[in-house]
Design a binder for this molecule. Structure first.
Ligand code: PMV
Length: 321
């Protein structure tokens, strides 16, 4: 009898860090929201032919290779192997795992955690096992650790839970509800930025002058704490000023670029309440805090200033079904 094809899928959103990146690696709090307009998906078509191998098919990054021929450190191989370890799957299923993502790579929007979690969910569905959000975040954290050395775990957490969070490495996770009137324009500078390199560069600065950089991280942490009330209440101007101050502190630790600064300035001139880079920086994306009245203006201004893309998204995510 010919075995039946069995199709299992998983998906996950991207994410935006509103405030607190980099300092979060050193134990300070940070605020992040999911980005459901850009998602990663994984589709496993299992053939049931035990003699066959698993083929990983990711056309977006030109991968069409058997799992056992992918380098172990390849992000897709790492995601599959770590999931198999966590779920006690002893042999990769025979068939094809197709991975697709609308998220730009190395742009600060959480592409790697999103892809890992989509893969973990597809493999869990294949063995009919429920994967909790916490377990999904743990799998993505383990993979991130392989690639980024010291990572805070904020990306896997916000992406797995698909909820706005205030995150700290050493404290309980807090779910938050940003006011519905708060919107973001998320713009891609078009340059990639390596999270690993940015985190390592900051680590070097910190180890050469711990007092100065611990002070900067504490200032960033204080901005995050101050943001909680205006975020709840929808106080655009107060929150915007905190974003601007956070951007200046990110400049001070060397992770902005001239073009990210130009985009932030263009957004502010067009009426944004605040603007900053988001994620690891050294390229990648920036965010501008807006409301419905100025969102389009700011979006147009960012595109006119040379952003590769600029999209408007509510800060409080509508739940993805
Ligand atoms: O590069 P991204 O967007 O995935 O963001 C990383 C955020 C950092 O704070 C720089 C690193 C981390 O692990 O928290």
């Amino acid at each position: 009898m010919t075995p039946q094809l069995q199709i299992s899928t998983g998906s996950a959103p991207g994410k935006v860090i509103l405030l607190g990146e980099h300092a979060v690696v050193y134990g300070e709090p940070a605020i992040a929201v999911p980005l459901n307009s850009l998602r990663a998906t994984a589709t496993l078509t299992a053939t049931g032919h035990t003699s066959e191998k698993l083929v990983v098919d990711a056309p977006g990054i030109a991968v069409h290779t058997r799992l056992d021929e992918l380098a172990k450190g390849h992000p897709l191989a790492a995601a599959i192997i770590e999931t198999m370890r966590a779920l006690n799957i002893s042999a990769a299923p025979a068939g094809t795992l197709r991975v697709a993502s609308a998220l730009p790579v190395a742009a600060g929007l959480g592409s790697s955690a999103s892809i890992t979690i989509a893969i973990a969910r597809a493999l869990a569905a294949h063995i009919a096992t429920e994967l909790t959000d916490t377990s999904a975040a743990q799998i993505a954290s383990a993979v991130e650790h392989l690639h980024h050395g010291s990572s805070s775990g904020i990306d896997p957490t916000v992406i797995a839970h698909n909820a706005a969070i205030c995150y700290s490495k050493y404290k309980d996770l807090q779910f938050i509800r940003p006011h519905a009137s708060l919107e973001l324009v998320v713009a891609d500078s078009g340059a990639t930025g390596s999270t690993r390199e940015a985190v390592n560069a900051v680590r070097l600065l910190h180890s050469n002058d711990p007092a100065r950089y611990t002070g900067i991280f504490a200032e960033i942490g204080a901005l995050v704490v101050s943001a909680r009330a205006p975020l709840d209440a929808g106080k655009h101007a107060v929150l915007g000023a905190l974003l601007n101050a956070n951007h200046e502190l990110l400049q001070a630790i060397g992770v902005s670029t001239a073009f990210l600064d130009t985009l932030c300035a263009a957004a502010l001139r067009a009426g944004a309440y605040g603007a900053k880079l988001t994620g690891a920086g050294t390229g990648g994306c920036m965010i501008a805090l807006v409301d419905a009245a100025c969102a389009r203006n700011v979006q147009q201004a960012l595109l006119a200033a040379g952003a590769k893309s600029a999209s408007i998204t509510p800060l409080m995510p509508t739940r993805y079904e």
